[in-house]
Design a protein around this ligand. Structure first.
Ligand SMILES: *Cc1c(COP(=O)(O)O)cnc(C)c1O
Length: 362
């Protein structure tokens, strides 16, 4: 038997979640965001699963697009940050890759090249995130410039929301209004909605949605129930108990003894550590499931193992442990580790075995 640490992926859950995203604006289009290896779920498997439904995909860089093309994915793929170097353009225009253009460097590279095929450009407007994009004043000029280039076949107005997961914030409304103001002078399709906007900000639903985290079954809203109830978690991280110890009051557990036993306690050592991608910051009390029973992490997470409280639980050597997934939401675990589900999902390392269910038959 091999070490039990396993990442279980259910592609049917992702297909279900894509349909949920899509149903928010059925007449408009939703690119499936599969950057960062589909948030750790496996970009090739996910893209194959969604290719019959999704009009295209979005990734962070050309390496991620090449991986999908090499695997036979044919639908358009958007580079959310565009290209980083001029020599990417040749591949981009030959392989039906769409590119964001967020600065003058990218614009000038396109303008200075003769291209084999014209480009589909997503021209990025900075509406307040202040990370990428042209300011509103620069934007109109950039748009006109792109319009006049024969290297460009189509333009989509693109922006990104900073606080769509915060329903009390007025920022989303302001950002959408900025995009709409630009649209009056630049009448092309619009795209601003991430998952949070797709689910909760109808004003942001323009021509193209860009859902990411909801495809993987995790609500972008902390403490939310109604969005989460519509989604199916697609990633379940599991392992097994590999040792059991009976401890007495005063005994401590793990590196630096950060947890002290107060009553007779059964401790289970589990094959899962920070080198597998489980966060080392997880505090005493972080929930885990053992044999389906809810219990908690005690002591520090180490590189290859962690320790959990088995007192009063029907569990022993070899018992199954779930860290997050189908029965324990990543959104419940994340705050114990000062992080978010996105980071939990994308941190799992190659050492963990992957088991993928409901793949597309090839
Ligand atoms: C990652 C990303 C998304 C998807 O965000 P979610 O919150 O996961 O839905 C959308 N647009 C851009 C530009 C992104 O970088």
């Amino acid at each position: 038997m091999a070490r039990a640490a396993t990442l279980n992926i259910d592609l049917d859950a992702i297909a279900h979640n894509y349909r949920v995203a899509k149903s928010q604006a059925p007449k408009q289009k939703a690119l499936a965001v599969v950057k960062a290896n589909a948030y750790g779920h496996g970009a090739i498997d996910v893209a194959k699963k969604l290719e019959s439904d999704a009009p295209g995909f979005a990734v962070a860089c050309i390496e991620e697009a090449v991986e999908l093309r090499d695997a036979g994915i044919r639908k358009p793929i958007l580079l959310l940050e565009g290209f980083f170097a001029a020599d990417e353009l040749d591949y981009i225009c030959r392989h039906d890759i769409w590119t964001a253009v967020h600065n003058n460097f990218q614009l000038e590279v396109i303008a200075s090249k003769g291209l084999a095929e014209p480009l589909n450009v997503w021209l990025k407007l900075n509406t307040g995130m202040h990370r990428l994009g042209f300011s509103p004043d620069e934007y109109r000029l950039a748009y006109q410039r792109m319009k006049d280039l024969q290297q460009v076949s189509g333009i989509t107005l693109m922006s990104h929301l900073a606080s769509a997961d915060d329903l009390a914030s007025s920022e989303t409304q302001k950002q959408v209004e900025q995009l709409n103001r630009i649209h009056r002078d630049c009448p092309s399709p619009r795209s601003i909605a991430n998952s949070a906007a797709t689910m909760k900000h109808p004003v942001a639903l323009h021509d193209w949605q860009r859902p990411g985290i909801i495809l993987y079954g995790s609500s972008p809203f902390q403490g939310d129930e109604d969005v989460q109830a519509q989604l199916k978690p697609a990633m379940t991280l599991t392992s097994e108990v590999i040792a059991v110890h009976a401890l007495q009051p005063g005994d401590t557990v793990g590196y630096n003894g950060t947890w002290t036993c107060e009553r007779p306690t059964r401790i289970g050592t589990v094959a899962m550590g920070y080198a597998d991608g489980y966060p080392r910051q997880a505090r005493n009390g972080t929930p885990v499931l053992v044999n389906g029973h809810r219990t908690q992490l005690v002591g520090r997470v180490s590189m290859d193992m962690m320790t959990v409280d088995l007192t009063g639980i029907d569990a022993d050597l070899g018992s199954a442990v779930e860290f997050w997934g189908e029965h324990l939401l990543a959104n419940e675990v994340a705050p114990w580790c000062d992080t978010i589900s996105y980071s939990l999902f994308t941190s799992i390392t190659h050492r963990v075995h992957r088991k993928v269910k409901n793949c597309v038959e090839s």
